[in-house]
Design a protein around this ligand. Sequence first.
Ligand code: SAJ
Length: 433
Amino acid sequence: MLVDKKPDVCVLGLGYIGLPTAAVIARSGCRVVGVDVNQIVVDTINRGEIHIEEVDLDGLVQGVVARQMLRASTMVEKADVFVIAVPTPFDDAHAPDITYVLDAATNIAAVVKPGDTVIIESTSPVGTTDQVRDLLAKLRPDLKIPGITGETPDIAIAYCPERVLPGRILEELTNNDRSIGGITPRCARKALTFYKRFVRGECVTTDARSAEMTKLVENAFRDVNIAFANELSIISDHMGLDVWEVIRLANRHPRVNILQPGPGVGGHCIAVDPWFIVHGAPAQSPLIRTARNVNDGKVDHVIAKATQMIADNPTFKVGCMGLAFKANIDDFRESPAMKVAVELATKFGSRISIIEPYAARLPAEFDGSGADLIDLDTALLECDILITLVDHDAFKAIPLAERVGKTVYDVRGIWPDQPRGMRRATDRLKLAS
Ligand code: SAJ
């Protein structure tokens, strides 16, 4: 009879990826201990509560904690499988910092035993899994390490990036395909067996370096494509064209699918990961570097255009619509919409109102600016200029009848029926005067 002992699992890092991952693994029937350096996070989870917002995560964590399948700790504990899901930030020169991954590996080295599998999920520069292997080999000379020993290794080491979309994490964690890169094919096979327990999508094995690069490439691909859309919007402004009309028509071509321009690229992944490629191969990556610069530059373009519009209409009250880094979420960190709104609030003070259904109060960045937070009804009553910085569903649902007479800078293109852009808005103003 085939004996299927469910592995005990230790997940290191209980953030936006680590906590949902730990909870989904626990739901599959494995006992999981989640590890985080933050005592408050650990206490919160042990109460069956969560410290981040994600659809359906609260109920799942509550359930697996209540059934004692998941608990949190500040200390790494013995387990059969270790999953590293800690942050990998970059420094001012855009160089990746894998200190947290190496710290996690150091803690694992203290408890890892023959038969265990160590998996890195953190987005990492190519070569990180090799570095973790070398560190484990140094710290645990008693173990036969894959890629170093000529015999059957004692442990397996693999890289398996997450690719979930915030707002759909639980669904995508289960249903998305996964790339699993082993230090050796045996390592990949061991990690594959583990992921098959809770992933319904296809799990495809490869080597560790290819898996590391795959993750970076996915986000760089999206960044380059968004940069194309953002550059088109700047060109269209210069040429007096409506970029949304141009994209709408171009996308009717069967092999053209242009993404949506916006105020720039936010979040913690797409604006970061391409730099890991550029840092690894600077001379070979001019396109990826330029795309990053185009997307970062789009924020300045939006600020300049909005500033002009507000300065040209000194009596108009302005509504900045949205602060989140993308639609229908409450995450304002690394958000281009925030950058634009804060800059306009600093320049124009109490003429600026913020509309953000996902905010209970204005973030501290607005302190002292004079700007206020108002609800949608008030904005539609009081604001003469509306600047759409986020494509929240609540904003998209505003009918033209409620926008009539407003001057609109539709940065996100959410109101296709509105005469768009400064050119038309200004024309309309001239006609009205
Ligand atoms: N954006 C645009 N125009 C578009 C699409 C997006 O301006 O047409 C902007 C968004 O408003 C946002 C930013 O790009 O500011 C990023 O949003 P996103 O929805 O494209 O991606 P994220 O950051 O939420 O998640 C990405 C995803 N990667 C890809 O789609 C290739 C996700 O699958 C990854 O797991 C995640 O990064 C990650 O953790 O790496």
